[in-house]
Design a protein around this ligand. Structure first.
Ligand SMILES: [Zn+2]
Length: 67
């Protein structure tokens, strides 16, 4: 709880990663080439399951997850 958030709040998502089988899926906003997008990513292998345009007026984030 005392740890600073490096990104927007991650919303846990039910499901299994089709790539590595992990269940550590999460949905969050980040800035991509096309602007703000909402992504659902595996927390283990960073496989993107979904990528949809988001409200570009969303909360400011640090881009630590765009490697
Ligand atoms: Zn995975």
């Amino acid at each position: 709880m005392s740890r600073p958030q490096p990104s927007t709040v991650r919303e846990p998502v039910d499901g299994t990663c089709p790539r590595c089988g992990a269940t550590a899926l999460a949905r969050y906003d980040l800035v991509g080439e096309e602007g703000w997008v909402t992504v659902v990513k595996c927390g283990e292998c960073l496989h993107s399951l979904e990528r949809t345009p988001a409200n570009r007026l969303g909360p400011i984030t640090l881009l630590v997850d765009l490697v």
